[in-house]
Write a protein of this length. Sequence first.
Length: 430
Amino acid sequence: MISIYSPKEFTERFISKKTKKQPFTDSTLKTVQAVIENVKLIGDAALKEYMEKFDGGVPKQLEVTKEEREAAWEEVSEDVVEALQKAADNIRSFHSKQLQQSRMMQVSDKIMSGQLFRPIERVGIYVPGGKACYPSSVLMNAIPAVLAGVEHLTMVTPARGGGRIAPILSVAADIAGVETIYKVGGAQAIAALAYGTESIEAVDKIVGPGNEYVAAAKSLVFGDVGIDMIAGPSEVAIIADETSRPDFVAADLIAQAEHDEKARAFLLTTSEQLLTETIKEVEKQCASLPRREIAETSLRNEGGVVLVRSVEEAFDLVNQLAPEHLEIQLNHALSYLGKVKNAGSVFIGHHTPESVGDYFAGPNHVLPTSGTARFSSGLSVDDFIKKTTYVYYSEQALQNAAPYIERIAEKEELDGHARAVTIRMNQSEG
């Protein structure tokens, strides 16, 4: 079910840039571009056309009403509400420590510089809501935005049967502080957020996960609006040794693989016995999994186990892979944290499965995928903040700096730049 690779084979198959697949097909991009142009042209009418086509019906109104939001609380059990609230508390506590204040630096009595920190005014959150719904995504995307001070927070998610969104998403939105919810999904929802329609006001940035059409739409509207990232298939790499339990490792591989057929789950281990027993455990545990077919397809086509010669070799491969999630299931696991160079989020020890981070611990679960952890980070309060620099020079300070500015401008053959300084010097002398 899951293939065994040598370190060299693993590198060639999953790490080499030469074998990396393009994120979207030409067909997908062409389809999505047509959707975007249609929404830009005819607004709400296009949204309703696509709802009829893809969702099987159009709700009476696009916005989720106050009455619908209140009713949703009656449909979600108290124990689930409690779990969401505790998770939200953890997420809020973790992200509140990321807040920064505008800063000013007094270089001298004649020069000041600094940064203004200002929240993005309008943010749109996309939340999947078709066959599966993810209240955790609502919390993870909305709470940092609220903490940052975003004034207008809009959520879009597709309606289900009866023209309603999943009640649990509405409850999660209330807990997180989402202002407005619209019953629209797919690439058309991204277009509506980016360019606005009669019902939906355009935003400045779009965040949140979605299928390949949603991701393609985000890539096409980027530049007109900001986006968080282009997320590829979810992935986990597990580094384990002889102290690891095969049933734990197998469960964590399966937890990743059940996301979708393209999800990636890898085990890198120094123990041949662990490798063999984990493969057996994977087969055993998949047999009773409700999403068995998805998990088995993922593990068979996109997963793998690797027998490495040392823990150092395992970390070398993982740092090249730069996975979204990294689990360190080693003896004295915490002592290895310093070896991590590239990973979206790290889960340390035998009792810290990725699920802890996905739902509850507090750090964000919106993370870089497809090797982009080499140069990017998970979602944070910073993603909802604009940083504007400023400078003040007195007349004397400009006089002191003028010769240096003029020399550089002349070397770059930008005489206008030099003159903008020189004219002030001449004025001072006059």
